[in-house]
Design a protein around this ligand. Structure first.
Ligand code: HXC
Length: 257
């Protein structure tokens, strides 16, 4: 049987690749369980400082597997906690996750990319929330994360018309951090991931937590959270090393503690 999710370790970067090319990487339970298990493993590994989630050149993921869920009833969805049970593992990981998106990121695929901390898009990327065409709505955060990323106007446009947004529009709208020529997507993404993974892991986690707090709090509460975490960073051994190295005009050697 083909492995639906492939993993690889490249230095301090953990790479997760969705591998269901014959179905445009449609996300069934086995795929999402595989992603969750890969995250569990990378989270537990002290030698991993950043995670990259990707698909193939045609599709990051064209959504939840429509055939898989078409006969669900409410009680099944509720009792199995459909989506929450395994999709949200991406949301809870404390290490940064970069989505490297080429081709289609539609429906649950777009939602999965948005669960990551940042999105790097190939110039071939296409984002959309076409669930309305199936007589349903986004169920993994599309109506909530998309307006936070691109504003109400474009979020309503995408969710209500089902049209796709290309990489250039997605970058202009603030959904993606960078647009990269398709043939360089993995090289550039892995380079950025290695850069992040080279910094002090506890500080990387503090930054991720602090930026995410901006979406969950008032400005003053968020500022207070940041200030307290900044104070706490004076206890981090790598902070002493980073500042000493600057003063001594040498490269810091971070020990991730
Ligand atoms: C199951 C899918 C699929 C999906 C593609 N395939 N998307 N199977 N679920 N979401 C399968 C096709 O059935 C086909 O299988 C094969 O992948 C290739 O797809 P084609 O349609 O032949 O390719 P193409 O003509 O290039 O069109 C690509 C596409 C189109 C534009 C991405 O496949 C498409 O519109 N897919 C559905 C997109 C969508 O509606 N996503 C939202 C899903 S709902 P065969 O066997 O025929 O070769 C959702 C809800 C999220 O995500 C809620 C939270 C989980």
């Amino acid at each position: 049987m083909t492995q639906l999710v492939l993993t690889e370790t490249l230095g301090r970067v953990g790479l997760i690749r969705i591998n269901r090319p014959e179905a445009m990487n449609a996300l069934n339970n086995d795929v999402v369980d595989g992603i969750a298990a890969a995250i569990d493993a990378f989270e537990a590994d002290e030698n991993i400082g950043c995670i990259v989630l990707t698909g193939n050149e045609k599709a990051f993921a064209a959504g939840a597997d429509i055939g898989f869920m078409k006969d669900f009833d409410y009680m099944h969805a509720y009792k199995t906690d459909f989506i929450t049970r395994n999709w949200e593992r991406l949301k809870t990981t404390r290490k940064p996750v970069i989505a490297a998106v080429a081709g289609f990121a539609l429906g649950g695929g777009c939602e999965m990319a948005m669960m990551c901390d940042l999105i790097f898009a190939a110039d071939s990327a296409k984002f959309g929330q076409p669930e309305i065409r199936l007589g349903t709505l986004p169920g993994a955060g599309g109506t909530q994360r998309l307006p936070r990323a691109v504003g109400k106007a474009k979020a309503m446009d995408l969710c209500l018309t089902a049209r796709m947004m290309d990489a250039a529009e997605a970058e202009k709208a603030g959904l993606v951090a960078r647009v990269i020529p398709a043939e360089q997507l993995m090289e550039e993404t892995l380079k950025a991931a290695q850069t992040i993974a080279g910094y002090s892991l506890p500080v990387v986690m503090m930054i991720k937590e602090s930026v995410n707090r901006a979406f969950e709090s008032s400005l003053n509460e968020g500022l207070l959270f940041e200030r307290r975490v900044f104070h706490a960073a004076f206890t981090v051994e790598d902070q002493k090393e980073g500042m000493a190295a600057f003063v001594e005009k040498r490269k810091p050697v971070f020990k991730h503690r």
